[in-house]
Design a protein around this ligand. Structure first.
Ligand code: TYD
Length: 207
């Protein structure tokens, strides 16, 4: 039986990493055969590409290069891990996927959603998530949460960039709502967890 492909999306600081761990715990306790993975990265080659992308010394990196590197990391991930795992019947839970590139590079970097989609499609081999959990928090809140020192090259971008990313996500939610469930991540953690698990249960049951 074919597995499921579930991705988590949201701006930096939306608390999605905490939920990722809790999703893993839920799947384990309920006996699912699953993997948790992430982008950029997820494979040995992808993790090397990730290091190049987020290195704070790489301030000269052009937006096109950045978009192509994210797409390359994703292509390897799809090829080496995501498709084989789905074919083995596993539930694949991935921290960030295509929507991140459309919001961060397409809108944040101003490359255009359609152009970024196009370069990604080359490596996607038709894979689309069965469920996208989008963690929504107002940008004012996430920007405040992200005051930690020493973030990576993208986290270090200023508020204007992250506001653009947020607006990008809002455009995507309006124009590509298929398979997306919006989680109100501004609520207390128990409530965010309940929303997440409810959406997950529905997604796991659907064909
Ligand atoms: P990550 O370390 O996973 O950040 P987070 O913990 O917030 O999810 O990702 C690194 C950064 O890369 C993050 O700021 C989001 C950004 N990103 C893109 O710009 N484009 C992409 O396609 C992906 C997958 C991530």
């Amino acid at each position: 039986m074919r597995g499921k492909f579930i991705t988590l999306e949201g701006p930096d600081g939306s608390g999605k990493s905490t939920m990722l761990n809790l999703i893993g715990q839920y799947l384990k306790e309920n006996g699912y055969n699953y993997i948790i993975t992430r982008e950029p990265g997820g494979t040995k080659i992808g993790e090397k590409i990730r290091d190049i992308i987020i290195d704070r010394d790489h301030e000269k990196m052009g937006a096109e290069t950045e978009a192509l590197l994210f797409a390359a990391s994703r292509a390897q991930h799809v090829h080496e891990k995501i498709i084989p795992s789905i074919e083995e019947g596993k539930v694949v839970v991935c921290d960030r996927f295509l929507l991140s590139s459309l919001a961060y590079q397409g809108v944040g970097r101003g490359l255009g959603i359609e152009r970024v989609k196009m370069i990604n499609e080359f490596g996607l081999r038709g894979i689309i998530p069965d469920l996208i959990l989008f963690f929504h928090v107002d940008p004012e809140v996430t920007l405040l949460r992200k005051t930690k020192e020493g973030g990576d090259r993208l986290e270090e971008e200023g508020g204007a960039f992250h506001k653009q990313v947020y607006d990008g996500y809002m455009t995507l939610l309006r124009n590509y709502p298929e398979n997306i469930v919006i989680i109100d991540a501004s609520k207390p953690i128990e409530e965010v967890y309940a929303q997440t698990i409810n959406a997950l249960k529905v997604g796991l049951k659907s064909n």
